[in-house]
Every structure is written in C-alpha cells, then in structure tokens.
Design a binder for this molecule. Structure first.
Ligand code: PA5
Length: 427
C-alpha cells in the first residue's frame, strides 16, 4: 500500500516534539471541536456515504456509457479537480475509451469555450454540471451555453434526461434550476467543502462514467480512514508527513512544497494537491506555497532551480513503483544514438533510475529535503487511499498552523472586484 519515507528529509526523532499536539488535534477532528468543524463531513464519509445514491450513480453511469460519446463535466476548483485527476491518473492521457470526458466550466476563456462548443456540435453528449453553491460564474456561464446547445440539438425533453446536476441537497440556484427542469440530482453534502468532495458524487459520477471501479475507490478511502485515525504519530505515517511539513516551515523556513510526480498522467493529481493545500492553508499570511513538477520533463526546465536556486523548497515525491504499461528499448544495429547499452531494458527501469539519481542529487548536493510517498501501483483502491491520506494530512497540517482548513475568505476578494467591474447588481 502506501509508505511515507522520511530518510531523505529529516530524522524521525524531530517529530517527537509534535506528539501531544498531534494527539489533541486528532481528537478534535474526531470530536469536531476545531474551527471549521461544520465541514468535517469528509473525515468519516467513506464509512457513512449514501449507498442508495451510490447504486444510482452506477446505474446512471452505465446508461451514459451505453448511450453517449461524450460526458461534459462542468465545474471548477473542488467541483472538478478530483474527478479530472483521478480519470487521468487511472485511464491515462490517450485511453481510446468508448466514451470521452471533457472538462468545461473551469475558465472564462473565450477560445476554449468556443472550441469546445464547436466540437460538441457534432457529438452525442451528456452533461454533469457540478456546483455546490450553484452560483459560480465560470460554471454557470458554461452551463448556460451547454444547455442551450444541447436543447437546440436534441430538444428539451431529451436534454432534460441527459443532464445530471451535482449540488447541495437543500439550497442554491443550481438545485432550483434542476428541480424546475427535472434533472436527476446528486448530493454534495453540506458538511463537505469542494476540495474535500472527491468521494461524494462530485468525483464518483464522472469516475463511474469512465468505468473506474468506484467500489474499489471507496474501499481504498475507507482503509485509509481507518488507518490514519490514529493519534500516535509514531505509528501514523499520514501525521508523520504532516508534521514533517510543519517542521520544515517552523524550523527551517521552508515555506514552499514542491509536489513531484514521474508520470504525465499524474500531473492533475498535483493540481488537486495544490488546490487542497493552497486553499486550506494559505490564510492569515501563513501556509506553504504549493507548487509542482512532472519529472523528468521539468528537470529540463525547473531542475536547475531546484538543484541550485534559492533554498525555499522541500519536495514531496509521489513514487509509484509499478506502471500499468511498459515499453522495451529496442536494439539498433548502427547504434548512432549510443543507446544500445539500454537495449532490452524497460522505460520503467530508466524512469526509476532518473528518480533515484534526482533524489540523490537534490537531497545530497542541493540540500533539498525530500519526502517520498511510495505506492506499489496506482489503481482505484490506491488512489482512493492516497486522496484520503492527503486530505487527513492537510487538515492536521492546517490545524498545526492554527488555520481553519475549510474556508477560503481570500477567494471572495477578486470575485467582489470582478462583479463590480462587470456591473452585477449589489457590487
Ligand atoms: O474547494 C472549494 O470549496 C472551491 O474550490 C470550490 O469547489 C469551487 O470554488 C467551486 O465552487 P462551487 O462548487 O460552489 O461551484
């Protein structure tokens, strides 16, 4: 399963000083006594999720797979990053599946919007619109456009059957619209914020449409939930990771966490992580700046800075030992590229040596602390496990910083300015 390796980061004994705080924060998470406790619904969700809705999701997903070419997932931030990262991580970037997923509603870009709408004109598509508030401007504009296109293409009744809305159970503009139009609705529970919502219908429905085993995904989350609800830092690797981050922050002034992956199809996981940690911890002039690289690609761009530049960073490397596919390097009679020394070797071998060599260089010569999170393979179970691991670590880590992980007051400021400039009533 998952291992946290700290030997290239710090001595474990350094974490002993956080033992008591970790214990009391873990207790407070379970007892819901910390700031933001109204949004701790994700913590035991893998044990208590709505099984009827879960079965309905599987049924609807199959219907969509059997009847459509494209599913358009319309949402932004926590309402799309989990699904996108899971689908890319598990299906790859070119998967030849019988159904395609397109993410929409996450930008005001006229270019992207125009091209996607053009592309969809000739496709048989269904829509999953996702918004907890129901008023997010990017998502609302995109959905208005999509709905108009679909209704024009197939008529109002067929469009109604092809639209699935994931939103709050009781309130919001999207819920009102969905009820009025008669769309199937799925629930984003009111005590779960967007960036903690991947185990709700927000993540599950798009994953199921892409034929990802959501039972296994939830089983992974459930196992992690059991494992990491342990207040003893000596035994709890999730809290060892969180406390190590805090140590770098507090004692070494390293306020920038660099997430590292070695597969392009895992890049969106780092986008999900950046949102999770950035929006949870970046408050009151505190928190880490989360950033990310995909190696070896970015060794040819940011590698120089990481090795030798301003010492701001520590690395969190997600190392998946066994890829799903592999490719062997062939023999070449001329050997003009000098690669015959690798003939018969797999690319996984080369990628792994790049990982080992880089870890060594960054740690030993660059003096960059490197935490390694190791997984044997990335399947639906392990991904559910990994997402839960990071969510729990993020909550503990924010509380170590004395930050409420579950609000995002800073996000409202640009919105107010933008609404004022757009002439929205009341701004
Ligand atoms: O994590 C969060 O709460 C945010 O990123 C939201 O998910 C994002 O702003 C989208 O909000 P909504 O689902 O209300 O459209």
């Amino acid at each position: 399963m998952l291992k946290v390796k700290l030997e290239n980061a710090l001595e474990k004994e350094k974490l002993e000083q956080y033992k008591d705080r970790v214990k009391s924060i873990n207790h407070a998470i379970n007892e819901k006594t910390m700031p933001g406790n109204d949004y701790l619904g994700w913590a035991n969700y893998p044990a208590i999720y709505d099984k009827d809705e879960f079965e309905q999701i599987k049924k609807d997903a199959k219907w969509i797979r059997d009847n459509f070419d494209v599913l358009v997932v319309c949402g932004i931030g926590g309402s799309y990053l989990g699904a996108r990262s899971a689908i890319e991580a598990l299906k790859g970037l070119k998967n030849n599946d019988k159904i395609e997923v397109i993410f929409f509603g996450q930008t005001f870009s006229p270019n992207y919007t125009y091209q996607i709408l053009k592309y969809l004109e000739n496709k048989n598509f269904a829509i999953n619109v996702i918004s907890k508030s129901g008023t997010t401007t990017e998502t609302s504009i995109a959905f208005r456009l999509l709905k108009e296109l679909l209704e024009k293409k197939v008529g109002k009744e067929k469009a109604r059957q092809s639209i699935f809305a994931t939103t709050d159970k009781e309130k919001g503009a999207l819920l009102t619209l969905a009820r009025k139009e008669g769309y199937r609705t799925y629930v984003l529970p009111s005590d779960i914020g967007g960036r903690y919502s991947v185990f709700s219908a927000v993540g599950l429905f798009p994953l199921a449409v892409m034929d990802i085993n959501i039972d296994e995904f939830m089983n992974g989350a459930y196992e992690a939930m059991k494992k990491y609800n342990n207040d003893n830092i000596d035994e709890n690797e999730c809290y060892q990771y969180a406390a190590s981050r805090y140590y770098f922050y507090e004692k070494e002034g390293k306020k920038c966490e660099l997430f590292v992956v070695y597969e392009p199809q895992f890049t969106q996981i780092t986008e999900w992580l950046k949102q999770l940690f950035g929006e949870s911890e970046g408050k009151e002039k505190k928190g880490f700046f989360p950033t990310s690289v995909t190696f070896s690609t970015d060794l040819h761009s940011l590698g120089q800075f990481i090795q030798d530049g301003t010492p701001l960073l520590f690395e969190t490397i997600i190392h998946v030992k066994n890829p799903k596919y592999d490719v062997e390097i062939p023999h070449d009679d001329l050997d003009l590229d000098g690669l015959n020394y690798l003939e018969g070797k797999n690319l996984s071998f080369v990628n792994d040596k790049a990982f080992e060599g880089t870890l060594n260089a960054h740690k030993n010569e660059g003096k960059v602390p490197c935490i390694v999170i190791e997984l044997d393979k990335l399947d639906a179970f392990n991904l559910g496990y990994l997402f839960y691991f990071f969510m729990r670590a993020c909550a503990l880590s924010a509380y170590l910083l004395s930050i409420n992980p579950f609000n995002q007051p800073g996000v409202e400021v640009y919105k107010r300015n933008m609404f004022h400039l757009l002439g929205k009533r009341g701004y």
